[in-house]
Write a protein that binds this ligand. Structure first.
Ligand SMILES: NC(=O)c1ccc[n+]([C@@H]2O[C@H](COP(=O)([O-])OP(=O)(O)OC[C@H]3O[C@@H](n4cnc5c(N)ncnc54)[C@H](OP(=O)(O)O)[C@@H]3O)[C@@H](O)[C@H]2O)c1
Length: 257
């Protein structure tokens, strides 16, 4: 018997990195999954793989969290048996660019603000009322160590993750009477597609971010998310801040030669 049998878990950004690892970990514990992201072919492939490996139910659809109308339409038209969402993993997010603020690219800023802040709000706004109605639910937000400490050239990305941290606190306060759990997950360096996206597909530059250290993996973060999601119902893990052992803060990393 899995720890999440009969639970419905909704994951945004399930096609790569932390979101994909969460899908696999939750499936292993018997959860029924609603998977979403922009790359439908990857969702299709992941869904087939999960169904055959774990025999759980998977419902997936293309979703761009920056499109508020699409978010509203897709979530409100979920079949009735999929509407009782127990756990929402607000994972879709990205960093774009790495430069001084006076040299920043405005399109990159818009992409980060639209995805990391507004996208998280749009999805939460649709799903939270369903949880409040049932007086049951768990919202798990992907913040970052960058939501606690600003690092040089991180400016707007850090600001979006400070916002996620604030929103996790705010949701916890506003839903206090409704038995809703809220967890903020704040990782340091995790090797996923994150740096490739940040550097517009420059794989070599992305690889250098993790040079000389053993970074965290998507599976490491999924393991912690699963831990938070499987505590007794009276326990709310408010936040998990986690870094590789070779990382002391957002700015201090020990790299072996
Ligand atoms: N990697 C790290 O070091 C690190 C550290 C701290 C926090 N985080 C946070 O962890 C979360 C996951 O990041 P990751 O490291 O797993 O990165 P990743 O490998 O690049 O995965 C990001 C996921 O988000 C999805 N996504 C991006 N924009 C989207 C949009 N507009 N609508 C829907 N889905 C969207 C992507 O799917 P599609 O492209 O298919 O849409 C992808 O599945 C992010 O919120 C990130 O800020 C990462």
């Amino acid at each position: 018997m899995g720890k999440l049998d009969n639970k419905i878990v909704f994951i945004t950004g399930a096609t790569a990195g932390i979101g994909k690892a969460c899908a696999l970990s939750f499936a292993e514990e018997g959860a029924s999954l609603i998977l979403s992201a922009r790359r439908k072919n990857k969702l299709d492939e992941l869904s087939k793989n999960i169904k055959s490996k774990y025999g759980v139910k998977v419902y997936f659809f293309e979703l761009d969290v920056t499109n508020s109308e699409q978010v509203k339409e897709k979530i409100s038209s979920l079949p009735a048996e999929w509407k009782q969402i127990d756990i929402l993993v607000n994972n879709a997010g990205l960093a774009k660019g790495y430069s001084k603020i006076n040299e920043g690219n405005i399109e990159d800023w818009e992409a980060m603000i639209d995805t990391n802040i507004k996208g998280l709000l749009y999805v939460t706004r649709q799903i939270l009322p369903l949880m409040i109605e049932r007086k049951q639910g768990h919202i798990i937000n992907l913040g970052s160590i960058a939501g606690h400490q600003v690092y040089p050239y991180g400016n707007v990305y850090c600001a979006t993750k400070f916002a996620v941290n604030s929103l996790s606190e705010a949701i916890r306060m506003d839903t206090l009477e409704s038995n809703i759990r809220v967890t903020n997950i704040a990782p340091g360096l995790v090797e996923t597609e994150f740096s490739e996206v940040r550097f517009n597909g420059d794989k070599e530059r992305a690889k250098k971010v993790y040079n000389g250290i053993e970074p965290l993996t998507g599976e490491d973060i999924a393991d912690l998310i699963l831990f938070a999601a499987t505590r007794k119902s009276r326990i709310n893990i408010n936040e998990i801040i986690v870094t590789p052992t070779a990382q002391a803060s957002a700015t201090q990393v020990f790299r072996k030669e």
